[in-house]
Design a protein around this ligand. Structure first.
Ligand SMILES: [Mg+2]
Length: 391
């Protein structure tokens, strides 16, 4: 019988070059505090966790997590690893339940679930390697020829620069784009105007026959968003993402039920029950969990089934391999996010400095290899000297 023999965690800390912080680059939840310190500090991260699951027959699965990697490492090493060693990885559903129930009093949301996610992703990678199949072939197989992806960056910046960036993605063949809002409730009507100018500038470049989405990263509140929605309506947005913070689910519901712009969210929601609440309230028009936060493949598949019953599409946060396999294997996952490869800035792009094997988009589409076992990801040595690795 296959058994899990060892679990190893490593934090990859980026010490290489970074793009310096910029003001009003993207709204975020800290914007509503009165303190004058760097409001963006909670938004940037320059560390990533890798979790390796090794079986007794020598296969190694790789999972990952990006939220608070050092705490997640500690959580896995201290609490989860002893629960998983000795188990058969094919009993993934039982292993998941064991990790969940034995950490329930402190772990069911946030860090606990991120740690469970990293292990679950590594387990699915190892299952693919043992069976010599890509993970998506184990989950439901190919449901689409290719995955259409949207270029997700376009942070707030001087308008000319913003337009040049949009032009670049358009020339690369993208037909869907996501931009960010720079100003929020504390910036008054002048900030509202500046936000609208960002949308105007991007639309001018990408034209009317493309999809435009907008992300607020929880930097607005209910009152502000209610005033913004009618002003934004003319830009024909596919969705407005995370306008209010993740706990204000009734705020999401109120905004989504205004039927002016579809509201999306879920990258800060966890487990099946969190999404059940959002769906019951018609709080979102798109679900955007991230596999490496929500609980891993094992729970993501349950959320996918539930969302399909409500006919709410699932567009996982971030794209990247751990999410692409879900998008490929689920009919109700129509498109995916794609973070353009870029110098290290927010932190999302660190993924490309740690792993190789993530597919590059061609004309706004990505494809997965039918023959690459597991996730199809390998840790790269290319940037090794720019990382400090905590083991
Ligand atoms: Mg987002």
């Amino acid at each position: 019988m296959t058994k899990i023999k060892e679990i190893r965690t490593k934090v990859y800390q980026w010490n290489g070059k970074t793009v310096p912080p910029q003001n009003n680059f993207c709204t975020n939840a800290s914007d509503l505090l009165y303190e004058k310190s760097d409001a963006m500090s909670s938004f940037r991260f320059h560390e990533w966790l890798i979790c390796e699951v090794e079986t007794n027959d020598g296969h190694v699965g790789i999972g990952n997590a990006a939220l608070a990697p050092q705490l997640v490492k500690n959580t896995i090493d201290t609490y989860l690893k002893p629960l998983v060693i000795g188990e058969d990885p094919f009993d993934y559903s039982y292993i998941w339940e064991k990790m969940y129930r034995k950490t329930l009093n402190w772990g069911r949301r946030g860090l606990g679930m991120v740690a469970i996610s990293a292990i679950d992703i590594a387990i699915w990678d190892v299952l693919g390697k043992i069976t010599n199949k890509p993970v998506f072939k184990l989950l439901g197989g190919r449901t689409k020829e290719k995955i259409p992806v949207y270029a997700s960056k376009l942070y707030a910046q001087p308008l000319k620069q913003l337009q040049e960036e949009a032009e670049k993605y358009k020339n690369e063949g993208f037909k869907m784009f996501k931009s960010r809002m720079g100003w929020g409730p504390k910036d008054g009507s002048e900030g509202m105007k500046k936000n609208l100018q960002l949308l105007e500038a991007v639309r001018e470049v990408i034209g009317e026959d493309t999809d435009l989405m907008v992300d607020c990263y929880m930097g607005w509140n209910l009152d502000y968003t209610k005033r913004m929605l009618p002003k934004m309506a003319k830009y024909n947005l596919r969705w407005l993402e995370e306008p209010v913070h993740a706990d204000d689910i009734h705020g999401y519901a109120e905004l989504n039920n205004m039927n002016i712009i579809p509201i999306s969210g879920g990258e800060h929601e966890f487990n099946l029950f969190g999404f059940k609440q959002l769906l019951e309230l018609n709080a979102v028009s798109y679900i955007q969990y991230d596999n490496n936060r929500v609980g891993g493949f094992t729970v993501a598949q349950k959320i996918n089934a539930l969302a399909e019953a409500y006919q709410i599409p699932v567009v996982p946060h971030a794209g990247q391999m751990h999410n692409y396999h879900l998008t490929m294997s689920n009919f109700n996952c129509p498109i995916s996010e794609f973070f353009p490869v870029h110098e290290v800035e927010v932190g999302n792009e660190l993924f490309y400095y740690i792993f190789e094997g993530d597919p590059a988009p061609v004309n706004g589409m990505i494809d997965l290899d039918d023959n690459a076992p597991g996730l199809g990801l390998k840790v790269t040595d290319k940037y090794k000297s720019d990382f400090k690795i905590l083991e």
